[in-house]
Design a protein around this ligand. Structure first.
Ligand code: ADP
Ligand code: ZN
Ligand code: ZN
Length: 765
């Protein structure tokens, strides 16, 4: 019987059918190389095997099998299928996003990387040499080294202690130095001793160095965990209860510094000890370097970091290593880690679950990793934990209605005090002549005082939507992108104008191209301007800036952060980047330059986002015994959201916003899908958009809004129009998806409209 395989290729296409050569055995989920088009080779995934000959003349054969095992098990395939279905995209688009680049090569030759091509990452381990095997011999070594080589003495002591301590984990007997992984070794990375000293000990025959793949499977782990406070213990119990009562997901709502991470650690240790896998999702990895380090101090080499800054090779290796593992792995990663092949997923934690970076904006699949995480946990019969100081209203509502479990932490751990937040009225300051550049006297005075006390300051400016641009004071000409309908952003340092949508760059003109006036003025202000003004005002202070322009590489990022952490700089000016995940002991004052542009965003989530961001910024102050200070500059100090931020009253914010969302039919009371249509010809575009809107209205009635022009309605020379579909939460999402998918297929097939590109964004952020 001839055998055929439906194969997913990394293209925005459905599956293609190939014939399986007689001598070949393949299984579903396996990776193969196929010829597609005259000379092109692609890597594909065998999706279904069957015996139905497709209705084409010649069916091509699969070229060869790659890797020695499937890259996707049944659960992985179920995930891809669900994503394609829910986010209205193709399996090929999911594949492009889900597999590391190196694992889906396409080429003009049939060369492809195979499992064996990836050398596993190895690490150095140290063990006591046989010369130090028994107590007496070891004592003699110590005695000799103590006087003559104190550094070596300290290093040997460190290794011996680490090995012995690990050994004590085995059955708790403490008999012989068996080590955590059963071999009496300790990873180089966990030692404070330097390499030359360790090498010297190896040369003397006292230590042995071994190089091997970090082992995450052998042996029973024994992690040293902090004791929880009574409040934390209660929260942990509440979470366990929620899961044992059959809920998949639970919310851990705890203020910054309350010990959410400590609770994660307890749960992670528990699952790993049971031989299960754990996935910890974090918003943006560079910003969570501290978190990874903290996890490594406890879980050692079991921690697998996964993020976009890894090399392609490293990512492919990680995927393959996890694919071979049988459980007990701990991945800390960004949103794309939801695609890693964890076979025994016992727990998924989403830290800062409200963070917008969990949603992929471009390209398809435009998935929300937080929602995928909950889906994964449900499929695996495992647990999902969503942690945040300022949860998304979607999650908050689920917790309020009992669909999700909930636990709360309302106090900071230890002596740390929550910061005091004050609002500074920009308009009043201006009336009193107490405004200097972008600063109120109130904020400047406090900066002065903090610097005088030898403390550090962070200044936050929401750059986006408030970028500096060039304007002619005479005729009103502004510098605009020739490709996109936006103003160009002015970069003073480089004397350049840059488009933040398409990257178009040009030199900043000295005189107005329209009326030839010479004095062009930068309008609006960004972090660069703030940095300049603050340096002028406090010439003795060391000022640094953290934003997309100064962070050109991971190294640049670490340098800026490292300098601030070591108090080599006094004031750090930055965008959203400074708000996440840092603990700086020395920071006693945080200033927000302008809260109004956050609040005035024309977006139904603006208030929620403003609350989240301001609370997070405020959390950077006062991770210490004396309460920190936060100054928020605003033109509207009576704004209810600002009041709620000052009072730290999340519940009040949530109640007010939810009432509004309910009235106007927004999430979480409705599901939104935004369709964006693009075309070079405005007339073709408009006609197509109107037609699609009409057809959708015939199906969905008043649930269809638009077409409207999005805020930026031309990018890279293409015009854009969007439609929104708003389906109430009670209606069948399944049926709505099917109807929509139907219409989109028809739209893409018709001659008049098929040249229009449509992108679908389900649950836009
Ligand atoms: P969150 O994740 O909620 O911001 P963390 O877990 O980072 O809070 O805790 C804040 C600080 O307090 C950390 O330095 C952490 O080590 C410390 N901490 C919290 N709980 C405990 C505990 N039970 N024992 C020891 N230290 C704790
Ligand atoms: Zn542009
Ligand atoms: Zn002009």
């Amino acid at each position: 019987m001839p055998l055929f395989a439906d194969i997913v290729l990394p293209l925005a296409q459905p599956t293609y059918t190939f014939a399986v050569p007689e001598e070949m055995t393949v299984a579903e989920g396996e990776v193969v190389s196929v010829q597609f088009g005259p000379r092109k080779y692609y890597t594909g995934i065998v999706w279904r095997l069957h015996d139905r000959r497709p209705a084409v003349k010649r069916v091509k054969c699969i070229e060869r099998r790659l890797y020695d095992r499937p890259l996707l098990d049944e659960r992985g395939r179920a995930l891809w299928e669900w994503m394609a279905d829910y986010y209205l995209c193709t399996l090929g688009e999911v594949m492009r996003c889900a597999l590391p680049a190196l694992m889906k090569p396409s080429a003009d030759s049939s060369e492809a990387l195979a499992d064996g091509d990836f050398r596993p990452r190895t690490e150095s381990y140290y063990a006591l040499a046989p010369a130090c095997a028994d107590e007496a011999a070891l004592d003699a070594c110590f005695e000799r080294l103590e006087r003559r080589a104190p550094k070596q003495y300290a290093a040997l002591l460190e290794v011996a202690a680490a090995v012995r301590e690990n050994g004590a984990g085995d059955n708790g007997t403490g008999a012989n130095s068996a080590g955590a992984n059963g071999t009496g070794e300790v990873a180089r990375r966990l030692l404070a001793a330097d390499r030359p000293t360790l090498h010297a000990l190896c040369r003397k025959g006292l230590l042995e160095e071994r190089e091997h793949e970090p082992d995450i499977e052998r042996g029973e782990p024994r992690f040293r965990l902090p004791c929880l406070t009574p409040h934390q213990q209660q929260a942990l119990d509440a979470l366990r209860r929620a899961w044992s009562e059959g809920r998949t997901a639970a919310l851990l709502h705890g203020i910054t510094g309350s010990g959410k991470t400590e609770i994660y650690i307890h749960l992670i240790a528990e699952r790993l000890a049971a031989g299960e896998d754990v996935l910890l999702l974090v918003p943006e990895i560079a910003l969570t370097a501290q978190l990874i380090e903290r996890m490594e101090r406890i879980f050692g080499s079991r921690v697998t970091a996964y993020h976009s800054r890894l090399t392609d090779r490293r990512r492919a290796e990680t995927y393959l290593r996890l694919n071979r593992s049988a459980g007990g792995a701990f991945v800390v990663g960004v949103r794309s880690s939801v695609f890693l092949p964890l076979k025994r997923l016992g727990l998924v934690i989403v830290d800062e679950e409200h963070d917008a970076s969990y949603k992929q904006a471009e390209p398809a699949p435009r998935y929300a990793a937080r929602d995928v995480a909950v889906w994964l946990a449900r499929q695996a019969g495992g647990r999902a934990l969503l942690g945040s100081a300022t949860p998304s209203l979607e999650t908050w509502l689920h917790a309020a209605t009992g669909k999700y479990g909930r636990a709360e932490l309302t106090e900071r751990y230890g002596a740390a005090q929550p910061p005091t937040i004050v609002l500074s009225d920009i308009r009043r300051a201006a009336r009193r002549n107490e405004r200097y550049g972008h600063f109120d006297k109130e904020l400047l005075d406090r900066i002065d005082a903090a610097l005088a006390r030898g403390e550090q300051v962070m200044l936050f400016q929401n750059r986006r939507g408030f970028a500096p641009y060039l304007e002619c004071p005479q005729c009103g000409w502004t510098a605009r992108c020739p490709q996109c309908n936006v103003t160009l952003t002015y970069h003073k340092g480089r004397e350049q104008l840059v488009c933040h949508y398409c990257g178009h760059t040009e030199a900043a003109p000295h005189r107005c191209p329209s009326c030839k006036v010479v004095e062009l003025q930068p309008m609006g202000f960004g972090t660069e301007k703030i940095e300049e003004q603050i340096a002028e005002r406090f010439p003795a202070a060391r000022v640094a800036r953290l934003d997309r322009d100064t962070v050109t590489s991971e190294r640049a990022f670490s340098a800026i952060i490292g300098d601030f952490a070591a108090h080599r700089t006094d004031i750090l000016v930055g965008t959203q980047m400074i708000t996440k995940g840092f603990d700086f002991e020395g920071v006693s004052l945080v200033g927000v330059l302008n809260a109004d542009n956050l609040l005035n965003n024309p977006d139904f989530r603006a208030a929620e986002r403003a609350y989240q961001l301001l609370t997070q910024v405020a959390g950077r102050a006062g991770r210490r015994a004396t309460a920190g200070e936060v100054v928020i500059q605003t033109a509207d100090p009576t704004h209810p959201v600002l009041r709620q931020v000052v009072a730290g009253d999340f519940a009040a914010m949530a109640a007010a916003q939810l009432a509004e969302r309910c009235d106007f039919g927004y999430p979480p009371y409705a599901r939104l899908t935004v369709l964006t249509l693009r075309h070079r010809e405005p007339a073709v575009l408009r006609q197509g958009a109107v037609q699609l809107a009409e057809r959708l209205r015939a199906r969905f009635g008043r649930r269809v809004l638009g077409p409207i022009a999005p805020p930026v309605d031309r990018i890279r020379g293409e015009y854009m129009l969007s439609l929104m579909l708003k389906v109430e939460a009670g209606a069948s999402a399944r049926r709505a998806r099917d109807l929509l998918a139907d219409e989109l297929r028809r739209f893409a097939a018709e001659p008049a409209t098929k040249s229009i590109t449509v992108s679908v964004n389900v649950d836009p952020q």
